[in-house]
Design a protein around this ligand. Structure first.
Ligand code: AMP
Ligand code: GLY
Length: 424
């Protein structure tokens, strides 16, 4: 088979590495890819939002399966365009990717189908939102821009003043652009967060092993929200009891709700869960693998990823027995100092070769580029260093040891990825 992957981050590198292991695959292309992906796939200089060019490329190369990794093209309808051109594609169509593309949609869906989530109200008028905050709200409270905002459109406000300022920045100053044309205001919840990814074929759902992300930039969960600074898998807090609850009230219920709405979901549903005192609640849905969740979940998957993805496309996922290794993995993101605000690019990266020689260690590239001088930094999140271990603690020790193998100027990392393991 010839496979095309759309995206350029650590997640797409992890997907490409899994695809490369498939015995069914002969050629892998990635648009636009990065320096690491370029070692296992042929990178083509087409952006993820250049739909016409992607369709033309897939036709010209007679691609057998296209995998769309990123949220923007999914929400924008790339899958619809590829499928209309006759190209088999893994990922939700536009009318299903709205599960991630509109938080107001996802909240209304959960309410309609009794899927446990925080209490909320939707607003498309700033004045109404202000009135609600003045008259009805209790604090802290959570404001969410409706649309995609690079994972940064969520504001946790401790006081009314902060919340009023938040409404202004989202709905009036349009800090997140048109994503802020609508807004969700929701109840603040507390508890541990867990990411659960799943494969879905429109009607059947198969749950992957759990993971936990670290969204804040600095140690101790301080600093700004980022795309994710590191992950571990499995989450020791995702107990059998939690799993049973989610299977009963959340996972299949979501798939069935989407089908009932005439929006059958095929692809990956990512459940962002909070384990509250009253049980698991959905924080958010994503319509794709997490980044950097994919970097700890996929290396532990035993199945041939292409077989699973084709089953999702064909609607035969009920015949797949999804299996994960009985071990653990930790990913530590190496970022450019200053991320997520401002940072320099273009610094040479040393030491990448070591990963080729060591089993159970992976260096997934995110913001990297190949130049005449070798591979250089080219983004905020630069690399995701993943290691496996028999236990979470062993995986963590291994991952942190491997962060020392690579060097580049302005290298920044959190030192407490997986600290929660000690509390389990
Ligand atoms: P989201 O993009 O919806 O996952 O939100 C980003 C982050 O904001 C989550 O990972 C949580 O840490 C936090 N968050 C979102 N919604 C809530 C909520 N209702 N209560 C508390 N924290 C929240
Ligand atoms: N790591 C969180 C996300 O991919 O949205």
């Amino acid at each position: 088979m010839k496979v095309l992957i759309v995206g350029s981050g650590g997640r797409e590198h992890a997907i490409a590495a899994s695809v490369a292991k498939s015995t069914k695959v002969k050629e892998i292309y990635c648009a636009p890819g990065n320096a690491g992906i370029g070692q296992i796939a042929e990178c083509v200089p087409i952006g993820a939002m250049e739909f016409d060019k992607l369709v033309a490329f897939a036709k010209e190369k007679a691609i057998d399966l296209t995998i769309v990794g990123m949220d923007d093209p999914l929400v924008g309808g790339l899958v619809d365009e590829l499928e209309e051109a006759g190209i088999r594609t893994f990922g939700p169509r536009k009318n299903a990717a709205i599960l991630e593309g509109s938080k107001a949609f996802s909240k209304d869906l959960m309410k309609k189908y009794n899927i446990p989530t925080a209490a909320y109200e939707n607003f498309d008028d700033a004045k109404e939102a202000v009135k609600y905050l003045e008259e009805k709200a209790t604090y802290p409270i959570v404001l969410k821009a409706d649309g995609l905002a690079l994972g940064k459109g969520v504001l946790i406000c401790n006081t009314k003043e902060e919340a009023l300022e938040g409404v202004k920045s989202i709905m009036q100053d349009k800090k997140f652009g048109s994503a802020g044309n609508r807004m969700v205001i929701e109840e603040f919840m507390t508890g541990r967060e867990v990411s659960v990814l799943s494969f879905v074929d429109g009607k059947t759902i198969r749950i992957m092993t759990s993971a936990q992300d670290h969204k804040r930039a600095k140690d101790g969960d301080q600093g700004l929200n980022t795309g994710g600074m590191g992950t571990f898998s499995p989450s020791p807090f995702y107990t059998e009891e939690v799993d049973a609850f989610c299977k009963k009230y959340i996972y299949q219920a979501t798939v069935d709700a989407m089908a009932a709405e005439g929006r059958p979901f095929k692809g990956v549903i990512f459940f962002g869960l909070m384990l509250t005192e009253d049980g698991p609640r959905v924080l958010e849905y994503n319509a794709r693998f997490g980044d950097p969740e994919a970097q700890v979940v996929l290396p532990r998957m035993k199945n041939d990823i292409i077989e699973v993805m084709e089953a999702c496309v064909d609607g035969t996922l009920d015949q797949i027995d999804l299996q994960f290794e009985d071990n653990a993995a930790v990913c530590v993101v190496l970022a450019s100092d200053g991320y997520p605000v401002a940072y320099e690019k273009g610094y040479p990266i040393q030491g990448l070769e070591r990963f080729e020689k060591e089993d159970d260690y992976y260096c997934f590239h995110a913001g990297t580029k190949r130049t005449e001088e070798g591979i250089v930094t080219n983004g905020g999140r630069v690399l995701g260093v993943t290691a496996k271990g028999k236990t979470l603690k062993e995986a963590r020790t291994n991952a942190y040891a491997a962060t020392e193998w690579v060097a580049f100027e302005n290298k920044y990392l959190r030192h407490d990825i997986g600290k929660a393991i000690d509390e389990a």
